[in-house]
Design a protein around this ligand. Structure first.
Ligand code: MG
Ligand code: MG
Length: 256
């Protein structure tokens, strides 16, 4: 069963989404060489709580922090630490979730620390473009994997435009969201169109493609959380929480 939200409930999700957007904007301004991911985590928790919300990641299946901070070859679910200090040339994906009045927002950005290498910029651009393609495909009457197919098609289009190939991470993907962070349906970031449930007004889905500069294989570290590329290549991750409305997709975690 996919949760269907009323317009008032989507308004409440938008309020939660704005807390996430504000937190990610605050973190984006704080990312620079010499800052630790542990410091970014403290800033995130403070920003979320100052808004009257609760960091949804903290304690989620035992996760110890308010953000996931995934640096370079880390793809997702990196645990922030004071010992993990950002250096010039790093890239970092920050994933953030907040609960406000029992409704969830979930969003991720990929940021650069100082100098940006061309392949890293292209990787992040391709990931962001594929997220936007997925968002555009979230329309009433579409099938779930129409969205997956739109994401994959966008990645291949970027590959042609950039003259390089990207790995599309398979083990992780988007998800329904609302009264919980992770709900049905699971949304793969690749695949044939025309399958899965029909999308309806009132559904909300987190769209979150993850791409690598190398292969798609992943490894989970012994900390039980951090997911890295098996080949050590760098990864990017972008995510928005999106509602399906009569007027089209509503990006609930977009900045105001
Ligand atoms: Mg997320
Ligand atoms: Mg998510």
């Amino acid at each position: 069963m996919i949760e269907i939200k009323t317009p008032a409930q989507l308004d409440a999700m938008r309020a939660a989404g704005l807390v996430v957007a504000k937190t990610l904007a605050t973190l984006s301004a704080a990312v620079r060489p010499g800052v630790s991911t542990g410091e970014l985590d403290e800033l995130a928790e403070q920003t979320i709580r100052d808004a009257g919300a609760v960091p949804s990641f903290k304690g989620y299946h035992g996760f110890p922090a308010s953000i996931c901070a995934s640096v370079n070859e880390q793809i997702v679910h990196g645990i922030p630490a004071k010992s993990q200090v950002l250096a010039d040339g790093d890239m970092i994906s920050i994933d953030c979730g907040a609960i406000l009045d029992d409704w969830h927002g979930d969003s991720a950005v990929t940021l650069f620390v100082g100098t940006v290498a061309d392949p890293d910029q292209a990787l992040s651009d391709a990931t962001h473009a594929s997220m936007l393609a997925g968002i555009a495909a979230i329309v009433p009457g579409a099938r779930l994997t129409d969205v997956s197919h739109a994401i994959e098609t966008s990645v291949h289009s970027s590959e042609r435009a950039h003259g390089r190939s990207y790995g599309i991470v398979r083990e992780y993907g988007g998800h329904g969201i609302g009264s919980s962070m992770h709900m049905d349906p699971f949304l793969p970031n690749h695949g044939k169109p025309g399958k899965g449930p029909r999308l309806r007004v009132g559904m909300a889905i987190a769209i979150e493609p993850m791409l690598t500069l190398g292969a798609e294989e992943t490894v989970e570290l012994e900390d039980g959380w951090t997911v890295i590329t098996a080949d050590g290549s760098r990864a990017a991750h972008w995510e928005h929480t999106v509602a399906i409305t009569d007027d089209g997709p509503w990006v609930l975690t977009a900045p105001e």
